[in-house]
Design a protein around this ligand. Structure first.
Ligand SMILES: Cc1cc2nc3c(=O)[nH]c(=O)nc-3n(C[C@H](O)[C@H](O)[C@H](O)COP(=O)(O)O)c2cc1C
Length: 157
């Protein structure tokens, strides 16, 4: 299966999870590409201010994994911009995750996942699975990443 990971990561946490996912999916025989989103103004705090150096083309992939940080209890504006400006065929299976500082999903992650759901519904899409990974507590972080890596492949079409 052809899998695209579209990732926004300012300080590297989300990208490090994506790289682990890539490694694990490659081992399962999938074809995997990571597309890091590179904003021209990395500190833009509103989706209306975001400018990307290029937009990944996800048409032709069977599955799309979106990963981004939580910013101010919301999905990062860069990921919001990407979803708003991307055509997603209904046949594509979509999965989402966020990383956040706090160890509890109610401190931003859950709301960011609702952000994904809202934007994807405009595209007539729905995430098959959603994951929140808290960063500050190492033990919890490793457990969440481990769960993400083993759970997601079982939901691939
Ligand atoms: C502007 C900004 C706002 C943030 N807001 C939150 C927040 O509301 N809740 C939270 O748990 N972490 C928050 N964080 C922390 C990041 O979500 C967390 O460090 C994340 O793992 C960073 O991912 P990255 O390294 O891929 O950029 C914020 C970070 C930034 C830069």
């Amino acid at each position: 299966m052809r899998i695209a990971l579209v990732i926004h990561s300012k300080t590297g946490n989300t990208l490090s999870v994506a790289e682990k996912a890539k490694e694990s999916l490659l081992k399962r025989g999938h074809e995997v590409t990571i597309f890091p989103l590179s904003p021209l103004n990395p500190d833009a705090s509103k989706v209306s201010e975001v400018k990307l150096s290029s937009m990944p083309e996800v048409k032709g992939f069977d599955a799309l994994i979106l990963g981004a940080p939580v910013w101010g209890f919301q999905l990062s504006p860069v990921m919001q911009y990407f979803i708003n400006n991307t055509v997603m065929p209904p046949s594509m299976a979509v999965y989402v995750f966020v990383t956040q500082y706090f160890p509890f999903a109610f401190l931003g992650g859950n709301n960011a996942i609702r952000g994904y759901e809202k934007l994807l519904s405009v595209k007539k899409q729905k995430a098959k699975k959603a994951y929140v990974i808290g960063w500050s507590n190492q033990k919890k972080r490793e457990k969440s990443i481990g769960f993400f890596l083993t759970d997601l492949p079982s939901f691939l079409p």
